[in-house]
Design a protein around this ligand. Structure first.
Ligand SMILES: NC(=O)c1ccc[n+]([C@@H]2O[C@H](COP(=O)([O-])OP(=O)(O)OC[C@H]3O[C@@H](n4cnc5c(N)ncnc54)[C@H](O)[C@@H]3O)[C@@H](O)[C@H]2O)c1
Length: 405
C-alpha cells in the first residue's frame, strides 16, 4: 500500500531545509504542505522557495492543521519534547530529528507519549541510512565480517552554524549530544541493536570555544557480547566535516568515508562562490564536494523507509526506542566524563536480548598437542603457525615446508 502524505514541517533552519529538499527534489508523493517558523517572514519566504502552499508562525496551528497527517520535527533540541507531546495529543504521525531528547528522561517521556497515543513514530537518524552504510550493514548481518569486535565512528567539524547549539541549556550538551548521537547509533547498528550496551568510559573537554559544554568528546561503549564501540565527536576539527566509520570483525573489515574523501576532488585558484558541501571552510584550493548530499548522507533512503513503514504498518529501521537508548548512552558518557570512571548505561527498559553470552575465544586444535593462535601467510607462499603447546603452555612457531596458496 502506498499513500500520499501531507506533511507539516516544524523548523526552517538547516535540517528543515535538508528534509524539505529531500522530500521535494525526488518528485515524491509525500510533500510538505505546511511550514512552521516562529518568524512569520521566514515561514513565508521558505514556503515560497520550496513551493509549499501553507505557512504559519503558530506551532499548535501547524500541528493541528486538519489536512496534516505527518509532522516532522526539525527544531532545536529543547523543543523536541514539547513538539512530540503536541503531535501525540493530536494523534498524528511524528518523525523527530536527532537527538531525540536532551537526556534519557526526556526521550523516555516522548517514547511513552507516542506509544500511549498509539501513533506511528520514527527517529530521523539519517547516518545509518547512507546507501553504502546499508550495504555494509547487509554484509555484517550475513556474517561476511564474522563476529563484530570493534566499531569506530567519527563525526567532526569546526562547530555548528547556529547560536542555540552552543547553549548547554537548549542543546543539552555539546559535541557529544550533537554528533556523538549519530556515531552511537551507527555503532549500535553494526554491533547489533539487540546487544545491550553495558557501560561507557568517556573523555570530554572544552578545548577551543568559550562555552560551558564540551567541544570535543571521545568515548568507549562496552556491549554485553564483548564488542566495543568507539566514538569521536568534535567541534574543534579544521578542514570541513569528517564523517567516517570503521567496522572490525573476526573475519573482515569495513571502512566507510562519507565526507571529505568521497572520490570527488576539485582544485580551484579562484573563488566563484557556490555551495561545496556542509561545513566546508574554504572555496579555493583543493575542495571536496559531495555529489548529492541528501542522498549520500542517507536522508533519501531514511524518508523512504519511514513512509514505507508507515504505509505498510511496519516498524521503521530507526524508532523512538532507539533514540531513547542513544540518549541513555550519552547520559552515561557525561557521567563518565565527570567521574573519570566507567559508568553503567541506565536503561529503564531493555527491549533487546535479555542476556547475550559473551562468546569465548575459540581455540582451534591443529592436533592434540597444540592450540592454534594464528596462521600467517609468508611472502614466499608458505604458512607460519603460531602455536601454544597444550601441556606446557609454551608458545612456539612452525613454518609449513610446502606452499599452501
Ligand atoms: N543530520 C541530521 O540529522 C541533523 C543535521 C542538522 C541538525 N539536526 C537537528 O535538527 C534540529 C535543528 O537543527 P538545525 O541545524 O536545523 O538548526 P537551525 O538553527 O539551522 O534551525 C533551527 C530552526 O528552529 C527555529 N527556532 C529556534 N529557536 C526556536 C524557538 N524558541 N521556537 C521556535 N523555533 C525556533 C529557528 O528559527 C530555525 O528555523 C536539531 O535538533 C539538530 O540536532 C539534525
Amino acid at each position: 500500500m502506498s499513500n500520499e502524505h501531507k506533511i507539516t514541517m516544524l523548523g526552517t533552519g538547516l535540517i528543515g531545509m535538508f528534509y524539505t529538499k529531500t522530500l521535494h527534489d525526488q518528485r515524491g508523493r509525500d510533500r510538505v504542505h505546511l511550514i512552521y517558523s516562529r518568524n512569520e517572514e521566514k515561514a513565508k519566504q521558505f514556503a515560497k522557495e520550496w513551493g509549499i502552499p501553507g505557512w504559519t508562525s503558530d506551532m499548535a496551528e501547524a500541528i493541528n492543521d486538519p489536512d496534516t497527517d505527518v509532522v516532522v520535527i526539525g527544531l532545536p533540541n529543547n523543543l523536541h519534547k514539547q513538539a512530540v507531546l503536541m503531535v501525540a495529543k493530536a494523534g498524528k504521525t511524528v518523525l523527530c530529528t536527532k537527538p531525540l531528547g536532551r537526556n534519557a528522561a526526556e526521550a523516555k517521556e516522548m517514547l511513552d507519549a507516542v506509544e500511549k497515543a498509539g501513533i506511528f513514530s520514527g527517529y530521523l537518524e539519517d547516518l545509518v541510512y547512507p546507501p553504502k552504510t546499508l550495504k555494509a550493514l547487509e554484509s555484517v548481518k550475513n556474517g561476511t565480517l564474522g563476529k563484530i569486535l570493534w566499531v569506530r565512528s567519527r563525526e567532526t567539524h569546526g562547530g555548528p552554524h547556529s547560536d542555540w547549539f552552543w547553549d548547554i541549556e537548549q542543546a543539552g550538551g555539546g559535541a557529544i549530544i550533537d554528533m556523538g548521537c549519530h556515531c552511537i547509533e551507527i555503532i549500535r547498528n553494526f554491533i547489533g541493536k539487540d546487544v545491550k550496551p553495558l557501560e561507557v568510559m568517556c573523555w570530554a573537554d572544552t578545548q577551543v570555544h568559550p562555552i560551558e559544554a564540551e567541544d570535543h568528546g571521545i568515548g568507549l561503549i562496552r556491549f554485553e557480547n564483548g564488542a566495543i564501540g568507539q566514538f569521536e565527536a568534535s567541534w574543534t576539527f579544521r578542514g570541513g566535516m569528517d564523517i567516517r566509520d570503521e567496522v572490525a570483525g573476526t573475519e573482515g573489515t569495513i571502512w566507510l568515508n562519507h565526507f571529505l574523501r568521497t572520490g570527488f576532488e576539485m582544485f580551484t585558484a579562484i573563488a566563484k562562490g557556490g555551495y561545496v558541501a556542509e561545513k566546508t571552510e574554504s572555496d579555493t584550493g583543493w575542495l571536496f564536494p559531495v555529489g548529492d548530499e541528501v542522498h549520500e548522507l542517507g536522508y533519501t533512503t531514511m524518508f523512504a523507509d519511514m513512509f514505507n513503514a508507515l504505509d505498510n504498518n511496519k516498524a521503521p529501521m530507526e524508532s523512538f526506542y532507539d533514540g531513547y537508548v542513544v540518549n541513555a548512552i550519552i547520559d552515561a558518557c557525561y557521567r563518565s566524563a565527570k567521574s573519570k570512571h566507567w559508568e553503567s548505561v541506565d536503561l529503564k527498559e531493555w527491549r533487546g536480548e535479555i542476556k547475550v553470552v559473551e562468546t569465548s575465544i575459540s581455540a582451534t586444535d591443529p592436533d592434540e598437542k597444540y592450540i592454534l593462535i594464528k596462521k600467517e601467510l609468508m611472502p614466499d607462499g608458505r604458512t607460519k603457525l603460531i602455536l601454544k603447546e597444550k601441556k606446557s603452555g609454551k608458545i612456539i612457531q612452525k613454518v609449513n615446508p610446502s606452499k599452501t596458496k
